[in-house]
Ligand binder design. Structure first.
Ligand code: AMP
Length: 568
């Protein structure tokens, strides 16, 4: 079975297409969203999602989050003595979603369409695909998040043609996509974005304001306090959707700190962040060769657009009324599920052809023999950014010195004139016959497929010698054997049994709330934990469920009571 997955910076979701509609797949705790968080316990158990986050509040050093931001890089995360790359951590999240889907759908789930930010580069896309494979999923398509969002917002359902700008502000990334829908063809004109701007930055801003106002030095605070500050800031930020002012309160080493912020105060502090949304929007319009007047709709998606200031900023900037759905964080996964239906050519789905663009310029390095700075390599673009994909383009290059024996082809991605300022994503060497410089030449062909994955072929003109590479990061290049070994290592990471997840989650939550609770509440928690443990020790499933629910209700009550006190 094929499912759609939104592998988000903060939360991940899965959905499928069944009986003529998309369906969000609930996780083992019955929730739509699984936090993209991984923890490893002291016993070496692997935790994913809500349980991992709960564990991480008490043991922040053994929790990894926001790892999507370092996807495709060498960064590793150390969790209880074990090192993991972003790709591996993502594979745990994907594996957890796969398992939940299998239980929910009661069949094997072996294939997925995974969404990525449109602005994700080659390395990040490949790492995402590998993460899927490590989780035991065949990744049949990588779909750009805004394209998925536009599909789910019904852009493809309208009879009339329309030109749309999709602004997607998720937890960690901001994406702008301009697309046109016309007679069953949905064509992406341009994408732009900021990989380092998202809802998290707005949370961080509140943390900074709070630290300043309460004289807390964040550079001196321990990880656990930082975690508490983050939780409180997140709560206060989300509170603005319902109230103004919103209160932020944190208990640090027995002392309660509290500050109240009005929306306009917060907005003022966030101006530099809001301003960062402007440039990618301008760039996308410019690349699409259109003006604001050509836009029919602006769609806002991603959880962070719930912040009222995002909507008002975009409206003020563009003068266009913005649309947003009730559940902006479900749009992408629903679009991915619709893409599954399109792939499987479900009859109820209107046939839509999706055309996408490549987000970066792809090219190679050349040295001009007439250059004064002979060792300065110039960047020769082969596929310009925002070219419609799939695409295949060829450029001819010549030998740069006499008696040159090899032609080294660097595969680069980026927009700089200088080769070494762009990202090196692959390399290939071919042998050429010796001769005076400029005599020998080779054709370099770049082919970019619908999944935005690049293939490079070099053909030496005089000898007809051809060499092909499917780009793979040299450092990450792994042999079949290594891949198998890695897969086994990861699959033997003991994952907490699915059935026990709810129990573990509630116990971790009890531990956390106990630490912060008053004396009376501690007694109540103690008693409820005791009853729950007894039920687990000898009780039937029904009594375990009952005691767990009672403990959960108590913890929610204590947690909410504190919030109520602070708000009063
Ligand atoms: P996504 O990756 O699309 O799920 O977006 C996650 C981001 O949305 C996180 O930074 C959340 O803090 C943010 N978010 C979710 N709900 C709200 C809300 N009510 N107000 C402000 N931000 C929110």
């Amino acid at each position: 079975m094929l499912i759609g997955i939104d592998l988000g910076t903060t939360n991940s979701l899965a959905a499928c297409y069944r009986d003529g509609k998309t369906e969000i797949i609930p996780n083992r705790l019955g929730k739509n969203m699984t936090p993209s968080v991984v923890s490893v316990t002291a016993e070496g158990d692997l935790l994913v999602g809500e349980t991992a986050r709960e564990y991480g509040i008490l043991h922040p050093q053994n929790m990894a989050r926001l790892f999507k931001r370092t996807m495709g890089t060498d960064k590793t995360y150390s969790l209880n003595g074990q090192e993991f790359s972003s790709e591996e951590l993502s594979s745990f999240v994907l594996r957890s979603l796969k398992q939940d889907a299998e239980v929910y759908l009661d069949c094997e789930v072996d294939e997925a369409i995974i969404s990525v930010p449109a602005y994700f580069n080659e390395k990040q896309r490949r790492a995402t695909k590998r993460a899927g494979e490590l989780a035991g999923l065949k990744v049949s398509r990588i779909i750009n998040e805004p394209t998925a969002a536009a599909v789910s917002c019904g852009v493809a359902e309208s009879e009339e043609s329309s030109c749309c700008m999709v602004l997607d502000l998720g937890g960690g990334t901001f994406d702008v996509t301009i697309l046109e829908y016309d007679q069953s063809i949905m064509e992406v004109y341009a994408v732009a974005g900021d990989n380092m701007l998202g809802g998290e930055d707005f949370t961080l801003k509140l943390m900074e304001m709070f630290a300043r106002d309460n004289q807390i030095d964040m550079t001196e605070t321990d990880l656990k306090t930082l975690g508490n500050l983050y939780q409180a800031a997140e709560f206060c930020k989300c509170g603005f959707s319902e109230r103004n002012p919103s209160v932020m309160a944190v208990n640090i080493k027995g002392m309660t700190y509290e500050s109240e912020y009005t929306l306009s105060e917060y907005e003022e502090a966030c101006i530099p962040l809001l301003e960062r949304m402007r440039k990618p929007m301008e760039k996308a319009l410019k690349d699409a060769k259109i003006t604001l007047d050509d836009l029919d709709r602006i769609l806002l998606v991603g959880g962070a657009v719930r912040l009222p200031m995002i909507r008002s900023y975009v409206q003020k900037l563009t003068g266009i009324f913005t649309e947003f759905s009730e559940d902006p964080d479900l749009s992408v996964v629903q679009g991915a599920a619709l893409a599954c239906a399109m792939k499987e050519r479900k009859q109820e789905i209107r046939e839509v052809i999706l055309t996408d663009v490549c987000p970066f310029t792809l090219g190679t390095a050349v040295v001009s023999p007439y250059d004064t700075f002979a060792d300065e390599e110039r960047f020769l673009p082969i596929i310009e950014r925002n070219t419609v994909i799939p695409v295949s383009r060829t450029q001819t290059v010549y030998t740069a010195s006499d008696d040159q024996q090899y032609l080294r082809v660097k595969v680069l991605q980026g927009e700089s004139r200088l080769a070494n300022h762009n990202l090196l994503i692959g390399e290939l060497t071919v042998e050429v016959p010796r001769g005076p410089r400029g005599q020998e030449s080779a054709e370099i062909t770049y082919t970019y497929d619908v999944n935005s994955l690049l293939e490079v072929e070099v053909k030496v003109i005089s000898t007809g010698l051809k060499k092909k590479i499917i780009i793979q990061d040299e450092k990450n290049k792994i042999s079949e054997e290594e891949a198998q070994e890695r897969l086994e290592r990861l699959s033997y990471m003991k994952q907490n049994p699915r059935e026990e997840e709810k129990n573990m989650y509630v116990m971790l939550k009890a531990e956390r709330i106990y630490e912060e609770a008053s004396k009376e509440d501690r007694t109540k928690i103690d008693e409820a934990v005791q009853s729950f443990r007894e039920a687990m020790g000898k009780g039937t499933r029904l009594s375990v469920d009952k005691q767990r629910q009672e403990l959960m209700d108590l913890l929610d009550e204590i947690e909410n009571k504190d919030i109520h006190v602070f708000r009063a």
